[in-house]
Design a protein around this ligand. Structure first.
Ligand SMILES: Nc1ncnc2c1ncn2[C@@H]1O[C@H](COP(=O)(O)OP(=O)(O)OP(=O)(O)O)[C@@H](O)[C@H]1O
Ligand SMILES: [Mg+2]
Length: 257
């Protein structure tokens, strides 16, 4: 199962990714979580003891040069477009409680869609993870779907768009839907987060367009408190892991159809 999680800043992408990760491990799956958000904090949300020590791959200059044949940032140089990456998930991921994590990091670029050694390596890696790997792969993305492309979109089982009750998260969802359409990624699903009651659910049901709603997660002080104490969101909010699991079950059921 490969899920990509996107949505407006602060809606709860990282929180949901962590809840999904926990729910999948409870089902007995090996989970590989990928922090594809440049403003990365998934490691902390998964309960890694020293999150800052996990280096993003985009910053591994030596590795990028070794694999692509060119130094990072050398736009226009000649380099391998199909670098070897199949050994990287095992070499470069850290593990805690059955959840492995890789950090992608940011590719600094002048214009949109640069073709440079570091973006080529990351793209090859994402392709490998989505196409070849059998594990559960969860990608915590930014408010875009930058690391996905036409070649990989068919392997994403679901692009989850996280919403919160409010028009702005819906506007971002609409943009994500258009980007997804551009790369022929049509398997979208929305999750409403920070729900305070039936009115919030009704608001999202009425206003989300073109993305089926998979479920809702309540607004919880325990989530905020966990964040304040740098604890994972699933600690002290076990019922939210159950709700995340119901969403997983729904995706699995719909796939079977
Ligand atoms: N269901 C919830 N109830 C209460 N607070 C929540 C809930 N979900 C997320 N939060 C809080 O909202 C904030 C943002 O959550 P999170 O970091 O998961 O969002 P994000 O979409 O990953 O943000 P970013 O765009 O910065 O990566 C955090 O303080 C988190 O604790
Ligand atoms: Mg986040």
């Amino acid at each position: 199962m490969k899920l990509a999680i996107s949505g407006k800043g602060g809606v709860g992408k990282t929180t949901l990714t962590a809840l999904f990760a926990k729910a999948f491990t409870k089902r007995g799956y090996r989970v590989l979580a990928i922090d594809a958000d440049p403003d990365a904090n998934l490691a902390a949300a998964l309960g890694f003891p020293n999150p800052e020590t996990i280096r993003p791959i985009a910053e591994m200059a030596e590795l990028i040069e070794e694999r692509t044949g060119a130094k990072p940032g050398t736009v226009g140089s000649v380099f391998r477009m199909n670098p070897k990456v199949d050994d990287l998930p095992d070499k470069l991921s850290a593990e805690v409680d059955g959840i492995r994590l890789m950090r992608m990091g940011t590719v600094k670029k002048g214009g949109g869609g640069c073709i440079c050694p570091e973006s080529t390596l990351l793209r090859a890696l994402v392709q490998h993870l989505l196409v070849e790997r059998t594990d559960v792969v969860l990608m915590d993305m930014e408010a875009g779907i930058e690391h996905l492309g036409r070649g990989t979109s068919e392997f994403v089982d679901r692009l989850i768009v996280v919403l919160e009750p409010g028009k702005r998260s819906l506007e971002t969802a609409e943009k994500i839907r258009e980007l997804a359409e551009d790369i022929h990624l049509l398997k979208l699903g929305a999750v409403g987060n920070k729900i305070r009651g039936p009115e919030d659910e009704a608001f999202l049901e009425k206003n989300v367009k073109g993305i089926p709603l998979l479920g809702f997660l309540p607004y919880r002080d325990s989530i905020i408190r966990a964040d304040m104490d740098a604890r994972p969101p699933f600690e002290g909010s076990e019922d939210l892991v159950e709700l995340a699991d119901e969403i997983i079950e729904k995706i699995i059921q719909e796939q079977g159809k």
